[in-house]
Design a protein around this ligand. Structure first.
Ligand SMILES: Nc1nc2c(ncn2[C@@H]2O[C@H](COP(=O)(O)OP(=O)(O)OP(=O)(O)O)[C@@H](O)[C@H]2O)c(=O)[nH]1
Length: 188
């Protein structure tokens, strides 16, 4: 297998506690759904994702839930190519938190935007506090993608990570960033 067959990307999954970050990632990587709630410390999963006819080896970092007082961990900002910011459609507070987390990332990185997908998890629940229109309005404001998912029903789970790669590659193409040759790096 040629050594340059995989492009590597790092994706961080952030959001409030218990919004379903781990369930989303585990459903995507392992095709299983976790019914019980086990608070995450941190887990990194690796999965090859095909996007636009190419294979990308992606590290997906499932983080511990954040709150407004959490300080953004440098590990979740340095070397990260794209973000999946998760809220629960049944929790307005968790939706407000994605904006806070996004602003912390922007501040930390000193950038105007970062490749991001806003994910409204638990779309199977009928009791809602966040509409799809509210999420779309925030996504348009931040210039990111958005989607609603259910890890429980396995709805739109794959699309989250395809959208994230699309956001990452859009940014790379816009900046004309070249992929380094195998075993080398490019200083921009
Ligand atoms: N109805 C519904 N419940 C879900 C869904 N995804 C996760 N849950 C439930 O929500 C709870 C929390 O899920 P987790 O995946 O552990 O949440 P988390 O965001 O990783 O939590 P932290 O590790 O504390 O940050 C669990 O009881 C899950 O079974 C979903 O799509 N629909």
């Amino acid at each position: 297998m040629p050594s340059d067959i995989f492009k590597k990307r790092k994706i961080a999954v952030l959001g409030s506690r218990a919004v379903g970050k781990s369930s989303l990632v585990v459903q995507y990587v392992e095709d299983t759904y976790i019914e019980n709630y086990y608070p995450t410390i941190e887990n990194t999963f690796t999965k090859t994702i095909a996007y636009n006819g190419e294979d990308y080896e992606c590290d997906i970092i499932d983080t511990a839930g954040q709150d407004e007082f959490s300080i953004l961990n440098a590990k979740h900002a340095i070397g990260i190519h794209g973000y999946v910011l998760v809220y629960s459609v049944a929790s307005r507070a968790s939706f407000d938190m994605v904006r806070i987390v996004y602003d912390k990332i922007i501040d930390f990185c000193g950038l105007q935007s970062v490749p991001t997908v806003l994910v409204g998890q638990k779309s199977d629940l009928t009791r809602r506090e966040v509409s799809a229109a509210q999420a779309k309005a925030l996504a348009d404001k931040l210039g990111c993608a958005c989607i609603e998912t259910s890890a429980r029903e396995n709805i739109n789970v794959d699309k989250v990570f395809e959208l994230c790669l699309a956001q990452i590659e859009k940014k790379y193409r816009r900046r004309g960033v070249q992929e380094p040759p195998p075993g080398r790096c490019i200083i921009q």
